[in-house]
Each structure stands twice: as C-alpha cells, then as structure tokens.
Design a protein around this ligand. Structure first.
Ligand code: MG
Length: 255
C-alpha cells in the first residue's frame, strides 16, 4: 500500500524535475546594459553574478605577446588584438572607464563570484595559435581553481576540438558555428550546440534530437520577448541574452 510519504515524495520529485528543466540565463558579454557597466568588463561579470544569472559569457583573444585578453572584436580603438602587448591592452579603457581586462585579471575577479563562466575563444589566425591559446586557457582556469565552473564555446571547430581534448573530463564545451547537426556534435564530444536562434527556427527538431542524445541546447543572442517565449516553449536549456532582467521576469511570470 502506498503511503502519504510515497505521494509526497513523488510530487517533490516531479517538482524538482520541473525546476531542473527550467531555462537558464546566460548574460551575453556579461550584464552590460546597465549603469556603470560595459561589454566584457569585470563590472559586467560581477553584475551578472549579482542578479543571479546562471552564466556570464565573455570573449577571449590572444594578444601578440601571447597574453590572453577579454574583448570581442579583432581590434579596439585602433589597437589590433593579435599585434598588441599586455601594456597596450592595459592602456585601453572600456565604455565604463575600466581598463580592458586580461584573462588573468578577469579570473582573479571571477574567484569572488559563483556564476558559471562561459568563455568564448575567438577564431585566431592559425590552428597553431588556437591550440596554444586553448592550452593556456585551460591551464589558467585550473590554476585559479575555476575549472569546475567554466564552460567553453567557439566558432572555430579546431578550437572546440582542442577544448574537448584538453579541458578536464566533464567540462561542457559547445560549438557556435551552426553548421553541424546533433549527431555530428555528439560524435565530436560536444555538450551540445550553442547556435544562433535562426538555426533552431530552421531546424526546431534539432532541439529534441539533442536532448535524446543527452546533450544540452544553448541559443544566442535572444533579446526579443517573443523569441524568448519561443525558446522557453521549445525547451531550450540556455538562452544567451543582452537582456537578462527581461528574461528573468518572463521566466518568473510563467511559473
Ligand atoms: Mg561571444
């Protein structure tokens, strides 16, 4: 005979399953669209953490002297990332007045947070440099004790494969470029796709296929409420957005 405890446990289990399946929010280049912040700044990382996002995404280049740098574009205010030195980088100011951070400075700040770090390695000029960058990033994350809460993403297939080869087992690594199907991603060893919304609108069946293969699904960069609703309804696991507060309200209103 089933006891009250049995039914209570069942309800709790179903509730937990539902809670665990909830769409998670990744702040694109940190939570930058707010006072005192800037894209890819340390402030944006801390602000994404302070509002309780699952993750904070940021972009990494390797400078000419081998230093790892947090920035989105190949150049900033006329300084080319792949030709710059760490001294050049530290002179650059972000929109909030903060110096452009090196990855070491960024990790130093990240130690004081609990948020997942979603590190995008930009496509570099050669596979050799990408391998060198991946080796340095993985070693640096380990030295800061951050390897348990870092995830890696890249448009470069080579860099993605190198993260899979070199990061500790169990590290989630997603591929950004949108051109591989779920089976190909699985065979590569990815945690799943991290694709532009247009890819999933074109192939909505890929979401279910990924889940059946035991992978997670991430989408970028979703800023419109109607698109956020589409992603939630299609059970996408992670939404990368410039509007994390809007998405938080939307998720809360659906509960
Ligand atoms: Mg990025």
């Amino acid at each position: 005979m089933k006891t009250i405890f049995y039914y209570f446990s069942l309800i709790m289990f179903l509730f937990m399953q539902d809670a665990m399946a909830q769409t998670k929010i990744i702040a694109h280049r940190g939570f930058w669209d707010t006072s005192g912040s800037a894209q890819n700044s340390i402030a944006a990382l801390l602000k994404a953490d302070s509002i309780g996002c699952y993750g904070s995404e940021f972009d990494v280049w390797m400078a000419g002297d081998g230093e790892l740098v947090v920035n989105h574009d190949a150049s900033y205010k006329g300084v080319k990332m792949d030709k710059a030195t760490v001294a050049d980088i530290n002179k650059l100011k972000l929109a909030n007045g903060e110096p452009m951070p090196t990855l070491t400075q960024y990790f130093e700040a990240a130690k004081k947070t609990n948020i997942k770090l979603i590190l995008e390695l930009k496509k570099l000029s050669s596979v050799k440099l990408e391998t060198e960058a991946v080796e340095k990033i993985v070693a640096l994350a380990k030295s800061y004790g951050l390897d348990h809460r870092i995830e890696y993403i890249s448009f470069s297939k080579h860099a993605t494969e190198e993260f899979i080869r070199l990061a500790p087992k169990g590290t989630a690594i997603f591929y950004l470029n949108g051109n591989l199907n779920p089976q190909q991603l699985k065979e590569m060893g990815c945690a799943g796709p991290d694709y532009n919304l247009s890819v999933f609108k074109k192939h909505p069946n890929w979401i279910e296929e990924c889940h059946q293969l035991g992978m997670k699904v991430n989408v970028w960069t979703v800023n419109k409420e109607s698109d956020m609703e589409w992603c939630i309804n299609h059970k996408i696991d992670f939404i990368t957005t410039d509007k994390p507060v809007l998405l938080q309200h939307l998720i809360a209103s659906q509960q």
